[in-house]
Design a binder for this molecule. Structure first.
Ligand code: FES
Length: 105
């Protein structure tokens, strides 16, 4: 099963199992990170699943889509590798992906 490295807002890092087919948001939320609010449940309408993708993974993860991009623009914390984690599907090719949970807006 692919592994996902998650860094929380305090800088603590943990490796979690992230089953293929789940989104990165679902894997983080289901592993008990209460910072991952994901209020809309993955409908790409709340931006409370904002993460920063590690620079080594940015190309593999890709760029945000149109709606996602618009939502990220509304965040005070948007950075060059910002993504909404509900829009990233876990796959074998992302084994070892490292993301940091963005500060709360
Ligand atoms: S969970 Fe709401 S936008 Fe990702």
């Amino acid at each position: 099963m692919p592994k996902l490295i998650v860094v929380d807002r305090a800088g603590n890092q943990a490796a979690i199992e992230a089953r293929e087919g789940l989104t990165v948001m679902e894997a983080i939320r289901d592993s008990g990170f209460d910072e991952m609010l994901a209020l809309c449940g993955g409908c790409c309408s709340c931006a409370t699943c904002h993460v920063f993708v590690d620079e080594h993974w940015a190309e593999a993860v890709g760029m945000p889509g149109g709606d996602e991009n618009d939502l990220l623009d509304a965040s005070d914390h948007r950075g060059p590798r910002s993504r909404l984690s509900c829009q990233i599907a876990m796959a074998a090719a992302l084994d070892g992906l490292r993301v940091t949970i963005a500060p709360e807006d």
